[in-house]
Design a protein. Sequence first.
Length: 144
Amino acid sequence: MGIVTDEEWCKTEYIRSHIVLHEFVIMPNHVHGIIQLVGAHCMRPNGTHPHEYADSDEQPGRVQRAPTAPPTSTVRCAPTLRDVVRGFKSSVTKRLNALSGTSGQRFWQRNYYEHIIRDEDAYRKIAEYIQTNPRCWDTDTYYV
């Protein structure tokens, strides 16, 4: 399970655009990792953002949503954290089910914990926690 999890984590950065992976550790019953979302979140092919606001000529001073893109236009969106985590969990689950000859076996809890890292100091503290977490496993509440 750990090998598959590690392989899928490493592949994540290459198959999902607009992310950079940082520290990561596989614990016996959970994983820790830092995922950095980079670049524009959503862009139309013409370079505009689908959720941009524009001033309306009809009602001066009032801000309204820009018109939606024509049906022939596609909107490219960078993955959200939810997309990345869901894709990662899904690929690990599919591989583990294939290896064990099962179908529909669940390996992950339903949700995940997220924390926005806002500055370099917070990043260093969280990265250190991830790196040192395995040393603390025998004192973990869920240690088996």
